[in-house]
Structures are given as C-alpha cells and as structure tokens.
Ligand binder design. Sequence first.
Ligand code: AKB
Length: 309
Amino acid sequence: LGVGLADMLRKQYGTENVILSDIKKPPPNVYSSGPFVYADVLDYKHLRELIINNRITWLVHYSALLSAVGEANVALARKINITGLHNVLDLALEHCLRLFVPSTIGAFGPSSPRDPAPDLCVQRPRTIYGVSKVHGELMGEYLHHKYGLDFRCLRYPGVISVNTPPGGGTTDYAVQIFHDALSTGHHVCYLRPDTRLPMMHISDCHRATIEFMQSPECQLSLRTYNIAAMSFTPEEVAQEIRKHLPHLKVTYNPDSVRQTIADSWPIRFDDSNARRDWGWAPAFGLEELVADMLRSVREKRTDEGLPVR
Ligand code: AKB
C-alpha cells in the first residue's frame, strides 16, 4: 500500500518530501523512485530520530499483521499492531504530526450491524487484528479530544492491488483470483461462493487517503470514517472475470479460520458521513476493477517474462 500512496503524494508534494520506510529491503525501483529509510515501529528512539532529522510533519502508519496471519501469530500481532501503534501515537503527539492510521472492515464483529455497517455502532471483533484496530481508533480519538492530536483514520474495505501481493488477509482471494485467472486458469477459493465483503480498488483507496488527509479539520465531524466502493462475492467476481476469460474455473474449499472471520464482518459499509463531510466518491465499480486488474496483472506477468493466458 505504501509505495503507491508515496508515488501519488510525491506527484503533489515533490519526490524529496515523501519518505518511504520498511523493515524489509524493497525492490530496486523503490530506491530509485525517491527517499527510502529503514524504520522499525518497535524502535521508538530510532523513529524519533527519523522524525526530527527529516522534519516530518505527516505520518502514515501502515505497519500491521492482517486478520488471518494475526490469528496464526497473536503475540507478534499484539506487538506490531498495538505496541507499534503506541510508539507512533506518542511520537505524533510529541512532534505535532498529522497522523493517519488505517482501520478496516475487520474492526467490526458478529454483533455489529452487517448490511450496512455504519460509522458508529457496536464493535466487538473476534480477531486480534480487529481488536488492535478498534484499540487504535479509540486511542487516536482519545488523544485527539484530550490533547488535540490531529489523528485521522479510515476504515478500509478489502483493498485490491496488483502490486501488493496477498499478505495474510481474509480478502486476499480477491487479488489471487486475478493471478490464477491469467496463469493456470484455475482458482481454489478459501471462502464460500456467496461470501459478500466490501472491496475497493487500490487507486480509490490511495485517493481517499490523500483527500481525507488534505481536508481542513473544520470539515471533519468524525476522526474515523468508513469508506466504501463496492461489495461482491467470490462467485460474482469470477463471473465478471469470465466476461474476459470465459474458461476461468473456480473451486471452493472453505478454510474454517478465514470463513469464520469473513462471516463476522460487514457485508456492506455505510460511508455516507465520508461522502458528506469531505466529498468521498469512489471511481471504480466491479466492472472497472476487473478490467483494470486483468490489464495490470497481464502487463506485470509479461514484464516478468511469465506466460499469460
Ligand atoms: C484483511 O483481510 O485482513 C484485510 C482487511 C480487510 O483489513 N485485507
């Protein structure tokens, strides 16, 4: 997520004014596209040094273990998603930063309204990922109200991108299906065919984040907003892909961990507050998303010298 967002921000604010960071060595194109530094969210002193030495004013905090991988490693998820977030919150407060932290459809649970889930309702998620995200929403809002921290949070749907490989989430099938459609022509889906979840094209997600970060504070009636674009099931996305690749075969082999997570999440997001307060409007529906993903995955596979259907 971070690389694409940095590219968009660099176009508006200048290449040198946007610094990307990770604990992992990025691909060579990341080094050549602008400043990159090593940063570990668990290393408070080093983060402080980076903020001071680079005169940072905005911080976008993406580090987190996602829903399915978090369940497989709860201790690590707690460390990265909660301890890491506390470091970032403290530093943002100390240095008067504008802070963006994404939340997710995963911040809701089986007792939340599912169709649609509004911004304000019961939130009792059953994953460590969801618990950490609710904690982040509440901590950020608390620090905003008590000390004036400029905390901003969007609840993302499943984000679909060609450049971000599936990374331990519950919505990952909706990325993998495009790669499978263009390679083997066969996708084995770990969710039932009728599992409906909110989803969004990556470029809408980046644009929402930037537009929200740029909104004047006086326009924001909330600090945490749902954003929506579309909701679909595995069967529906497969049908849409078949309009381009009629031979796509999908078989269903539901995984109990991910199916249980998906069944506890909203089917649809109510994003009316985001639309009203800061003008949120998605550009991609299912049809546009599928056409764009097939084009981008095809291009990527061709560049990598891989066969394409
Ligand atoms: C996940 O599936 O865990 C994430 C999310 C919806 O937050 N993609």
